[in-house]
Design a protein around this ligand. Structure first.
Ligand SMILES: [Ca+2]
Ligand SMILES: [Ca+2]
Length: 198
């Protein structure tokens, strides 16, 4: 699917890339995480045409919540897990949805007392937009990083600014899940060049 990736890259550069570059460093250490580098609400894409397998890893929070996948093109919403389901619970999203190659998926997390909150860049004007996170991370309530070539790890912060914003600890581990079948799109910049990791 290299052609699809390059077509996406060219279109992204022409249209103004929205890829995230900010790195999140867990203050409580990396014990909960398998990804070596975590980015704040990065973009990600479906390039490979195969299954998209979502696996629940852990939930370090006192608040219950439910994770969903949304096809932003159709608005179709699929319930995946409660954060209290058994770690290792697994769902193939593509058994219930059809996504075009090069398209994207939105993960929505809905804590019981507030939310919902969304993955992705969350720019004002986006269809799925999360309110401001008390200026700490702008509009962004998720992090993600690569575990290996085929696996991305995601985490959400579960407090919403309209409720208890001062209690947000931004550990982003209130639900952690891993996904196979998506590619992380992060722009790396240096003084000399820009490049992407997939
Ligand atoms: Ca937590
Ligand atoms: Ca938290």
């Amino acid at each position: 699917m290299k052609f699809v990736r390059w077509a996406f890259l060219i279109a992204g550069l022409a249209g103004g890339a929205r890829c995230q570059t900010e790195i999140f460093t867990p203050s409580s250490g990396k014990a909960a995480w398998s990804a070596d580098t975590l980015y704040v609400s990065p973009d990600f894409r479906y390039f490979d045409g195969g299954p998209i397998t979502v696996t629940l890893k852990s939930a370090e929070t006192s608040q219950d919540g439910v994770l969903y996948a949304i096809n932003p093109a159709s608005g179709e919403t699929l319930r995946l897990f409660s954060n209290r389901d058994a770690p290792g619970s697994e769902i193939d999203v593509m058994k219930s949805m059809s996504l075009p190659a090069g398209g994207t998926l939105v993960f929505m997390y809905d804590p019981e007392n507030n939310g919902p909150i969304f993955t992705g860049p969350n720019l004002p004007g986006d269809k799925y937009f999360t309110e401001d996170s008390n200026d700490r991370y702008g509009h962004r309530w998720s992090v993600a990083g690569k575990v290996d070539k085929s696996t991305i790890e995601f985490g959400f912060e579960d407090f919403h600014p309209l409720f208890n914003s001062k209690k947000s600890d931004f550990d982003f581990d209130d639900i952690i899940f891993q996904v196979k079948g998506l590619s992380l799109v992060v722009m790396k910049t240096s003084a000399r060049k820009r490049s992407y990791i997939w």
